[in-house]
Design a protein around this ligand. Structure first.
Ligand code: SF4
Length: 307
């Protein structure tokens, strides 16, 4: 049996190129964000490219805001790809309505496009997403998937909420399968205990997992960079309590060293005590295989599927 990987690794980075969003989804604890609102500028993205020199993590434009509100989103994708990075984009279907955005998306061709789909049934989707309907979202995603064929990969990141019966899962999967679109389904969690509408949560309570939570695998393998270049320990940090440094003041080696010190005991952040994020319990046993991008993508997929 291969050894579990227990040291921090620089496998993936979520880039919050803005924390502004107009989509008012009910699974988003937007009301609790205390970090300043803003948009990542070109200089900050350049600082990221310098910071990453010699490292090759998977990058994803994601985070608390709508990346497409940052006017530079497609420039960032072009730049990262030109430097050899694998870069994905995470968006809500309501942000993809306009033809102009869809054309820019085809032109930018991120390596991966994840479209979020919170709520598996029409009723739950309508409750969670006041700005767009179920059918319109399916229609937009289908159109984009058709145009993206042969250009980039697309997957639906669906969220099963507390309003969704288990028996809807199969029909939901079948709907996307018929359309030839991959749909991954994740349980709605409380975003570090910040979600007010607890009826939407369908993970078990913090600490449910037999394997314990002395360390957090997201913290070990994943890095979160906010729009202002701050490096936070976690994407669920809404007030900056877990700041580890800044792109301009840390090197990746220093960041990994800091993480190594911090994982010697139990996760010490206040945030972690209420965290029901399933990915914190990932226990990878892949050792050196983690060096390739494809094995990292496979790793996250397999471990998510096995939770
Ligand atoms: S335990 Fe939860 S809140 Fe703490 S770093 Fe991990 S995912 Fe974030």
């Amino acid at each position: 049996m291969r050894n579990m990987v227990k040291r921090p690794l620089f496998l993936s980075i979520d880039l919050e190129i803005t924390n502004i969003c107009h989509n008012i989804c009910r699974i988003c604890p937007r009301q609790a964000i205390k970090r300043p609102a803003g948009l990542m500028g070109v200089e900050c993205f350049d600082a990221l490219m310098n910071f990453l020199h010699g490292f090759n993590p998977i990058l994803t434009l994601s985070g608390m805001g709508d990346p497409l509100l940052n006017e530079h989103w497609d420039y960032f994708i072009h730049l990262a790809k030109s430097r050899g990075y694998n870069i994905g984009l995470n968006v809500h279907p309501a942000s993809l309505r306009s033809e102009e955005i869809q054309n820019r998306l085809m032109e930018a061709a991120p390596n991966r496009l994840y479209i979020s789909f919170p709520g598996l049934a029409r009723e739950s989707f309508a409750y969670v997403n006041p700005t767009i309907g179920f059918d319109e979202s399916v229609e937009i995603i289908s159109r984009i998937a058709e145009s993206a064929k042969g250009r980039f990969g697309i997957a639906v990141s669906a969220i099963k909420t507390g309003l969704d019966d288990s028996n809807v899962v199969q029909s939901f999967k079948a709907m996307w399968k018929d359309k030839g679109i991959r749909a991954n389904i994740y349980d709605c969690h409380s975003r570090g205990g910040h979600l007010c509408d607890t009826g939407l949560v369908c993970t078990r309570s913090p600490g449910w997992h037999k394997r314990g939570s002395k360390t957090c695998s997201l913290f070990l393998f994943h890095t979160f960079v906010a729009w202002d270049g701050s490096i936070l320990a976690c994407c669920h940090d809404l007030d900056g309590q877990t700041a580890l440094g800044h792109l301009n003041s840390l090197t990746p080696h220093q960041l990994l060293g800091l993480k190594k010190e911090l994982i010697s005991g139990f996760m010490s952040y206040r945030l972690c005590k209420n965290c029901d994020e399933p990915l914190r319990y990932l226990q990878p046993a892949w050792g050196n295989e983690l060096v390739s991008i494809s094995s990292r993508k496979k790793l996250f997929k397999i471990l998510k599927d096995n939770l």
